[in-house]
Write a protein that binds this ligand. Structure first.
Ligand code: ATP
Ligand code: MG
Length: 256
């Protein structure tokens, strides 16, 4: 996973390499990886309903680190869940790698995620009985990557997040920040096109958070992997290529 390798802009899958059969769902060069159009989400609730997203428009292009910042309850996780196809919008569209998610069934959405999307949830969501290495290796098992390839990439991804020495630890034997970093390694290991990360620095101290963001930025610029992250972290705002604010479900470009 040598961060320094430059890649052909036509093939934005970069230094961490693709796997056989990957990349079949790519749009033409120059088009966005993600195109969110007029997205709205209303949750029914006991007392009426909650409008979580209103008319959200957002595009993410290859090799960009894009940050969405907003206070608790602003709609950040809801937005990422809709982009990942884990929930359905009330209105609008998510076009991911050129595919409108609306008509896709669960199996097709899962296939799209496994190939080209990495997801880091707000809580790390590691399997507690698996080691750090086994957790990171999982996405490669799902795409049936060969064993030698799996082991090499898994160790590279763990080294990238500074956790080579913790490879054999099970999730409960890791600190919150270390678990978060394992989740990031797991999201990167299959060389996705786009990584969605919900507050990836939420459990990290200032310094570790800063180096993690710097790392994400380097990966996005050098390997051509885009990141869409949500954050409360002011440092993210300095390091990101684009920053949006979300307030009460309304997304707008941030004044920086
Ligand atoms: N399943 C649900 N049913 C009803 N309301 C929901 C549901 N999920 C989220 N909400 C509401 O939608 C709004 C947006 O929630 P969301 O989780 O997207 O916020 P967030 O910006 O991620 O906040 P945080 O920073 O605390 O994680 C909140 O008011 C929340 O209460
Ligand atoms: Mg959230």
């Amino acid at each position: 996973m040598s961060g320094a390798r430059r890649v052909n802009p036509e093939d934005t899958r970069g230094a961490i390499g693709g796997y056989p059969g990957s990349g079949s769902m790519m749009p033409a060069p120059g088009s966005p990886l993600l195109d969110v159009r007029g997205l709205g989400k209303v949750f029914p609730s006991g007392q009426g309903h909650v409008v979580a997203l209103r008319q959200v428009n957002l595009r993410v292009y290859p090799g960009r680190l894009v940050a969405v910042r907003g206070r608790s309850g602003a709609g950040k996780t809801t937005l990422l869940n809709l982009i990942a196809g884990l929930d359905d919008p009330t209105s609008g569209q998510v076009i991911l790698f050129g595919h409108d998610l609306g008509p896709l069934n669960d199996r097709q959405r899962t296939e799209l995620r496994r190939r080209d999307l990495g997801v880091v949830f707000q809580s790390a969501h590691l399997f507690p009985t698996l080691t750090a290495r086994e957790n990171v290796e999982l996405p490669l098992r799902l795409v049936k990557a060969p064993r030698a390839d799996r082991l090499r990439r898994t160790d590279e991804a763990l080294a990238l997040v500074g956790l080579a020495a913790r490879a054999q630890h099970r999730a409960p034997e890791l600190s919150g920040g270390e678990q978060q970093r394992v989740a990031i390694a797991r999201a990167l290991v299959h060389a996705p096109r786009l990584v969605l990360a919900d507050e990836p620095t939420g459990n990290l101290d200032l310094q570790t958070g800063l180096s993690m963001l710097d790392l994400l930025r380097n990966i996005s610029h050098q390997a051509g992997i885009s990141f869409l992250i949500t954050t409360h972290d002011p440092a993210a705002v300095q390091l990101a290529d684009e920053v949006y604010d979300i307030n009460d479900g309304v997304l707008s470009p941030a004044a920086r």
